[in-house]
Design a protein around this ligand. Structure first.
Ligand code: HEC
Length: 262
C-alpha cells in the first residue's frame, strides 16, 4: 500500500506542478501579448481622425498664429514662387546655374516634359503625335523672351491644358528644367558669332556635307540613340496581346493605321 500511497501523493504533486507551469506560461503569454498590443495600439491620434477631447471634435490642431511648421518656411519668394517683391515673374535664376544643374535639368526635362514638348522643345512629343493637344514650341519669339519665372510658374501651377508638376518635381529641379529650356532655346538660335574663331574654322561650308574629321571636331559626344520601343510602337507593344488594354500585336501595324483624329 505504501507504493500506492507514494503514487497517490506523487500524482497530485505532478499535476500541481503541471498546472502551475501552464499557468505561468499563460501569464507570460498574456504579458507578452499585452506589451505587443501596447506597441501596436498606442494611445495616440492618427491624422484626420475624430476626437472627443478637443472642443472642435478634430484631432488635428490648427497652426498657431505666427508659427510655421518645421521645414515649411518658404521665405525665399524668388526661389519658391519665381516672383519678385512686386509679384512679377523674375528674370534671373534664383540658383547658381552650372553644368551639373543643366545636366540635371536635361534629365528631368526628358522624363517629365519631352513626352509632350519633344526632346528639342518644338512641341512635337510622342503624346502629341498621337493626338494630345500640341503645346507651343519653346522657340517662338514670345517664349524666347519670356522671363525664367514664367517657365517656373507653368511647371508649378500648370497652364491651360497642361497640368502642373508641383507634386512630381521638386523646386530646385524645376529651376534646373528651366535652365535646360534656356539651353534648348539657345541651341535653336545661336549665331555664328557665338562660336570662338577656331571653332568657326572647323565648320563645314554652307550646303556641304560634313567629313568624318569635321564630325569628330564637332564634339566627341554621340547623339542619343532613338528610343526603339517608341519607334516600333505598336508593332511590338509593351503590353502583349490578350492583356486588357493592350492594343494587340498586329491590331495595327503602324500608328498611322489608327483612325484619323478629326
Ligand atoms: C501631357 C503633356 C505635357 C507635358 C508632360 C508638359 N506639358 Fe507643357 N504644355 C502642354 C500643353 C498642351 C501646353 C499648351 C497649353 C495651352 O495653351 O492650353 C503646354 C504649354 C507649356 C508652356 C507654354 C506656356 C505659354 O506661355 O504658352 C511651357 C513653358 C510648358 N508647357 C512647359 C512645360 C514643362 C517645363 C514641362 C515639364 C516639366 C511640361 N511643360 C510638361 C502639355 C504638356
Amino acid at each position: 500500500m505504501t507504493g500506492t500511497a507514494v503514487t497517490g501523493t506523487a500524482v497530485p504533486g505532478t499535476r500541481m506542478r503541471l498546472i502551475s507551469v501552464s499557468l505561468l506560461a499563460g501569464v507570460a503569454l498574456t504579458v507578452a501579448g499585452c506589451s505587443r498590443l501596447d506597441m501596436q495600439d498606442q494611445p495616440k491620434y492618427k491624422p484626420q481622425r475624430p476626437s472627443d477631447f478637443f472642443a472642435d471634435g478634430r484631432d488635428g490642431r490648427p497652426e498657431l498664429d505666427g508659427t510655421i511648421a518645421r521645414g515649411q518656411l518658404n521665405e525665399d519668394v524668388a526661389f519658391y514662387d519665381g516672383k519678385d517683391a512686386a509679384g512679377k515673374d523674375i528674370d534671373a535664376f534664383p540658383i547658381a546655374v552650372d553644368k551639373a544643374v543643366i545636366e540635371r535639368g536635361h534629365q528631368r526635362y526628358d522624363i517629365y516634359c519631352a513626352p509632350c514638348h519633344g526632346r528639342l522643345g518644338n512641341g512635337m512629343g510622342m503624346i502629341v503625335q498621337r493626338g494630345f493637344k500640341q503645346p507651343p514650341s519653346y522657340h517662338i519669339e514670345r517664349l524666347r523672351n519670356a522671363p525664367v519665372g514664367h517657365f517656373y510658374d507653368v511647371i508649378t501651377n500648370g497652364y491651360g491644358a497642361m497640368l502642373n508638376y508641383s507634386q512630381q518635381i521638386q523646386v530646385r529641379d524645376r529651376w534646373a528644367i528651366v535652365a535646360y529650356i534656356r539651353v534648348l532655346q539657345y541651341s535653336e538660335n545661336a549665331s555664328l558669332n557665338d562660336l570662338p574663331l577656331e571653332a568657326r574654322a572647323k565648320l563645314p561650308p554652307a550646303n556641304q556635307a560634313m567629313s568624318g574629321e569635321m564630325k569628330a571636331a564637332m564634339g566627341a559626344e554621340p547623339m542619343a540613340a532613338p528610343d526603339k520601343d517608341f519607334m516600333n510602337f505598336p508593332a511590338q507593344p509593351a503590353t502583349p496581346a490578350g492583356v486588357p488594354g493592350a492594343m494587340g500585336a498586329g491590331a495595327a501595324t503602324t500608328y498611322n493605321a489608327q483612325p484619323e483624329k478629326k
